[in-house]
Design a protein around this ligand. Structure first.
Ligand SMILES: Cc1ncc(COP(=O)(O)O)c(C=O)c1O
Length: 377
């Protein structure tokens, strides 16, 4: 296939696929619980790989099922009270914003959305002006679901630190695509998924929570991994970050995630980002030559996600037509990034995302096929 859909779910490299298959085979051969004991080193290695990739301690990492679960575990661990304000951005992803709305309804918090600047990224000036004593959290989506924007994560981190406000970064589309260093960013929490630019298995993700943030974090969901039932009327939540994980999990996928993260580090995250930044402008430039096609990416720095629409043609039918040539792209509906799309009068878009394994020849072939399809429409 020609896979321009790493922002949906990428292609696993062979060692990741091998790790998942090998552990599943082991489970079938000796039993699932027994396989965990045998593979304990590989399972623990996943934490080391993640800590290395984002520059944190291994005890600041929880491995969970997806980015939404990681984000929710962080968000609902923050002891917010009625009257507290959360600052969000226009690029906020749907599942995060729905949780914010739910917290507004059930906990009485207020949400303030910081407008974007002329480049389409969060306005740092507006953010600074919005800081008041009631603001307890800044939440930002680093790279949105619907295009090439890269929000200024480090600059937002400076503002959060100066004002002593917690900072939750949704890095679902940026981890694996570009260098992410939690110390440099200065975030207290970071959530991401494994299946996208990290090229891990589906159903994986992780949460980074700084040791300091962990001290004040509340637990909301407990099980026998996150707590111990110490006496009939007593329980003890575990003190470390793994209290945000579940007892039952897909261990094959967890091992696969660790291998995917190590693989990305071995390829070199700077090299990955350099190549994405070399290839994606070629795609944007070739697409822009196609009559009737409009590119909608924003931001001073643009990443490997390219979103576009074509006059009078439904995005899903473009995806379907390309799929018949084994060319994978996806469509991004308005309701995934409503705060950004509605003011720009955008409905669904086609999303083509480039990773380092893509080539210039693929870009050329893709644009040629797309142009022909549109000509014959
Ligand atoms: C920016 C962003 N955040 C969060 C998510 C949710 O990720 P997951 O499906 O792993 O929960 C997505 C999914 O596409 C996303 O694009």
């Amino acid at each position: 296939v020609l896979h321009f859909n790493s922002s949906g779910s990428s292609l696993m490299p062979q060692p990741v696929w091998d790790a998942v298959v090998n552990h599943t085979t082991l489970e079938a051969a000796i039993g699932g619980y027994e396989a965990v004991t045998e593979a304990s080193e590989q399972i623990e290695a996943a934490y080391d790989a993640i800590a290395h990739l984002i520059d944190c301690n291994r005890n600041e990492v929880a491995i969970v099922e997806n980015a939404t679960r990681a984000w929710n575990m962080a968000f609902f661990s923050i002891p917010l009270k009625p009257g507290d304000t959360v600052l969000a951005c226009q690029a906020e992803y749907a599942t995060n914003y729905v949780s914010l709305l739910h917290a507004a309804k059930t906990k009485g918090i207020s949400i303030e959305v910081i407008p974007s600047d002329d480049a389409g990224q969060i306005s740092l000036e507006a953010l600074e002006n919005a800081i008041t004593p009631s603001v307890k959290l800044i939440t930002m989506t680093h790279v949105p679901n619907n295009g090439g924007l890269v929000n200024p994560a480090i600059e937002v981190g400076h503002i959060a630190k100066q004002s002593n406000i917690l900072y939750l970064l949704d890095a679902c589309q940026s981890v694996g695509q570009m260098p992410i260093n939690v110390k440099e960013i200065g975030c207290d929490f970071l959530s991401t998924s494994g299946r996208k630019f990290l090229r891990g298995p589906r159903g994986t993700g992780f949460l980074y929570m700084s040791e300091a943030a962990l001290q004040n974090a509340e637990v909301s969901l407990l099980d026998l991994h996150s707590a111990t039932w110490t006496a009939c009327e007593q329980y003890e939540p575990r003190p470390d970050i793994r209290r945000f994980e579940s007892w039952e999990t897909n261990f094959a996928a967890k091992i696969g995630l660790g291998v995917a993260v190590s693989y990305a580090s071995q390829v070199g995250i700077e090299k990955i980002w350099e190549r994405i930044q070399m290839l994606t402008p070629i795609l944007r430039s070739e697409l822009s030559k196609i009559p009737g096609l409009t590119i909608h990416d924003q931001g001073a720095i643009k990443c490997g996600i390219v979103s576009f629409s074509v006059d009078g043609i439904d995005p899903q039918s473009i995806c379907d037509a390309l799929a018949s040539y084994r060319m994978n792209v996806s469509h991004t509906p308005q309701q995934y990034t409503r705060l950004d799309m509605e003011p720009r009068n955008l409905t669904d878009l086609v999303r083509a995302s480039i990773h380092y394994f893509n080539t210039e020849e693929e870009i050329e072939r893709f644009c040629h096929v797309l142009a022909e399809l549109l000509k014959n429409h």
